[in-house]
Design a protein around this ligand. Structure first.
Ligand code: F3S
Length: 76
């Protein structure tokens, strides 16, 4: 299983992740990224399905500040 979470403290609102993986990431009012998949609300507790693993990895690889975290277990 895969889970993801955005560390907003280091996100610089570059906008890459939402373009790469729009089903997983969107932006808050300040342009900072957050996990929106299935209403996760950036808690990192919603399992990301396998068909989105490529998007997930591409987003993490493309983030210039390494703010996208991925783990095999829930973050909270
Ligand atoms: Fe922020 Fe990285 Fe996305 S800087 S907007 S989390 S690609």
């Amino acid at each position: 299983a895969k889970f993801t979470w955005v560390e907003k403290d280091t996100c610089i609102a570059c906008g890459a992740c939402g373009a790469t993986a729009p089903d997983i990431y969107d932006y808050d009012d300040e342009g900072l990224a957050e996990v929106i998949y299935e209403g996760d609300n950036n808690m990192g507790v919603t399992e990301i399905p396998e068909d989105l693993f490529d998007d997930l990895q591409d987003a993490a690889d493309g983030c210039p500040t390494d703010s996208i975290k991925i783990a095999d277990t829930p973050f909270n």
